[in-house]
Design a protein. Structure first.
Length: 631
């Protein structure tokens, strides 16, 4: 088994209310003592279990003209030998139990057909699942309501556009809800002066019901680098919380104001370089501010971050990591061009506790090459195979205990990819591109120790780079970037034509090879040209030339990924789910914690696609089952 500390043959899971009784390492005796069920006799290999969401089946029905593709989740807490029956309005439609996938194509059925799924465990059929979410025209619209626009102090009017989204079970019903960031049309990059409108964040159910609206206020500037929000169940109560940086005048989902409601810390250039800065944990169901602490690190002297006008001081990153190997912690960070500070927080019992702070300027780290290594995003994963997550922060990594783990000293970059990209080598792999013209344009790195497996010569500001298995003609991953003329393999060799885009990736059709996601389209790579599989209708991408979706990931149905774009008129989040059948059966990617935490940090700065903690691609071995439990 490739990663024994993260995966087990069967899935331990605890009933609600038993979270605190779970031991760190699962053994048969400990499981019995904790009242956990669902494990067979093949659990002599102990594995550390990780807390994951208690999810429903996530059933979807996608109409394609000749029938409906029904798909659903194989949960990490299901037995390995589970099979399924599919029912339309109470009548079983599959002739024999479904075992080789978690899909069933119901030929000839109308788009409005109503489906449920029943698991079959040891020959006994279980109860009905939730009813299928219907994709009658290939997509599902979630209605949204833009905030009212306004006018800045210098007389510039603005409206709102739906921007980045995330998901979490906000109300504990087993279904995922959206958390959506609204950005004003005058949002700014940190390098640009000028006032902006307020940043607004909504909690939204799949039927469009708005649970709450949070207004971050005039003292949080709007733009891709200012507000990174994390949605995760940090305290294990079965409901996701929402964490964000806040300031004087932030109004929570109940209308309560954090700090001073009248304070205005904006200067004449629109930057906010004075006044208090906070970190707030919001209740995911109500939007209520449950706890607020000072943001770490404080801005201090603005010029100490690399400039005096406010560009580098307000570059923020955020993530979620299993630093103890079992439960999630919140990661909030500041800076990457020069000084970088990463703070880890636990949210337990209704209060914040700071686990550690990593500072490149500290006496421990100063002079060791950690400064100036951050990217426009971060990645999270167990890179050193100790069962605990590390923070891969561009060209450096921070260990689970807050100590520096390694640095390549190759500087800042715009894109990075961490996951089990290559089945032929143990553990995780890491690919990143560099912005500095004096540094290697791209690097393929062993994230366990930072050793460089191969690198490209320095050339330029290499702004885009992607890694993933997009072509079965080459074993393992393909990697390519803006400055490179073709794709490269795990050894750095050139393998052929460069794809039409270097942006996002998506598992869309029926095979385990990944597809290209860019702007409002999905393409399949080919050696002579790419084939269009999907063009979004009436939708728009986000973040300017980055052309990213609001969200992309496995949020419904089987293991394939959904793509969520905003409609061009900002009245809906339009979800596309694959219409292609598959004979591949994989546990929901939401219960692979490397993938799940990647969904959580996807909205951070320059959005990047999620990767898995096991190799998912052509010729892959049997996918492992995760060792997880639900609160």
């Amino acid at each position: 088994m490739k990663h024994p500390h993260r995966y087990a043959h069967r899935h331990p899971h605890g009933p609600r209310g038993r979270r605190s009784a779970l031991p760190a390492v699962l053994t048969a005796a400990a499981l019995a003592a904790a009242g956990l069920t669902g494990l067979g006799t093949d659990t002599a290999e102990a594995a550390t279990a990780r807390q994951v969401e208690t999810l429903d089946r996530g059933v979807v029905s996608v109409h394609n003209g000749s029938g409906n593709l029904v798909s659903w989740r194989w949960l990490g807490t299901d037995p390995a030998g589970v099979s399924f029956n599919v029912y339309r309005a109470g009548t079983k439609v599959n002739p024999t139990p479904v075992t080789g996938s978690t899909t069933f194509f119901h030929s000839g059925a109308p788009s409005h057909a109503d489906y449920t799924v029943r698991a079959v465990v040891n020959g006994a059929e279980q109860g009905d699942s939730v009813h299928a979410v219907q994709f009658r025209t290939g997509y599902k619209d979630v209605p949204i309501s833009p905030p009212a626009g306004g006018t800045t102090p210098d007389g510039v009017s603005y409206t709102y556009e739906a921007n980045d989204a995330s998901v979490g079970d906000l109300d504990g019903d087993g279904a995922l809800e959206f958390v959506l960031k609204w950005q004003p049309t005058n949002a700014k990059d940190n390098s640009q002066s000028g006032y902006t409108g307020n940043t607004i964040v909504d909690g939204i159910k799949l039927d469009g019901t708005r649970l709450w609206r949070i207004d971050l206020g005039r003292n949080i500037r709007s733009g891709a680098h200012y507000t990174q929000f994390q949605v995760y169940d940090y305290d294990g109560d079965g409901k996701a919380e929402v964490a964000m940086k806040t300031a004087d005048g932030t109004r929570d989902g109940t209308g309560a104001v954090i700090g001073s409601s009248s304070a205005d810390h904006r200067n004449s250039s629109g930057y906010i370089l004075s006044g208090p800065e906070y970190l707030t944990m919001f209740n995911g169901q109500t939007g209520r501010a449950m706890g607020t602490v000072d943001y770490v690190p404080a801005r201090g002297t603005v010029s100490s971050w690399g400039d005096s006008y406010g560009n580098r001081v307000d570059r923020f990153l955020a993530g979620t990591a299993y630093l103890d190997g079992a439960r999630p912690s919140l990661i909030m960070a500041r800076g990457y061009y020069t000084r970088s500070v990463v703070a880890a927080w636990d949210w337990r019992g209704g209060a914040f506790t700071r686990r550690w702070t990593f500072d490149t300027n500290s006496s421990t780290n100063s002079g060791k090459g950690y400064d100036g290594q951050g990217s426009h995003s971060l990645s999270v994963g167990d890179v050193d195979n100790d069962g605990k997550d590390e923070i891969v922060y561009g060209a450096m990594a921070v260990d689970d205990n807050g100590n520096g783990l390694w640095t390549t000293k190759t500087g800042h970059g715009d894109a990075q990819h961490l996951g089990d990209l290559d089945a032929s080598t143990a553990g995780l792999e890491y690919y990143k591109v560099s912005e500095s013209a004096s540094q290697p344009a791209a690097l393929y790195i062993d994230p366990a120790d930072g050793s460089v497996r191969w690198k490209l010569s320095a050339c330029c500001d290499n702004g885009r780079g992607v890694a993933g298995d997009i072509w079965p003609g080459n074993s393992g991953p393909e990697m390519w970037s803006s400055s490179d003329g073709g794709i490269r393999d795990e050894g750095g060799g050139t393998k052929g034509r460069k794809p039409s885009s270097a942006n996002f990736l998506v598992w869309w059709d029926g095979d385990p090879v990944r597809e290209l996601l860019d702007g409002t389209r999905v393409d399949k790579y080919g050696t002579s040209s790419d084939t269009r599989l999907l063009t979004g209708s009436g939708v728009a991408s986000n973040n300017g030339t980055k052309a990213t979706p609001a969200l992309s990931g496995d949020i419904l149905g089987d293991w394939r990924e959904e793509v969520v774009w905003r409609t061009a008129d900002n009245t809906a989040l339009r979800i596309y789910s694959t219409p292609h059948d598959t004979n591949v059966r994989i546990t929901t990617l939401l219960h692979d914690t490397l993938y799940r935490t990647a969904l959580a940090w996807q909205n951070t700065a320059y959005n990047q696609p999620p990767h898995t903690g096991f190799f998912l691609g052509d010729g892959m071995p049997t996918p492992p089952r995760p060792a997880v439990y639900t609160p």
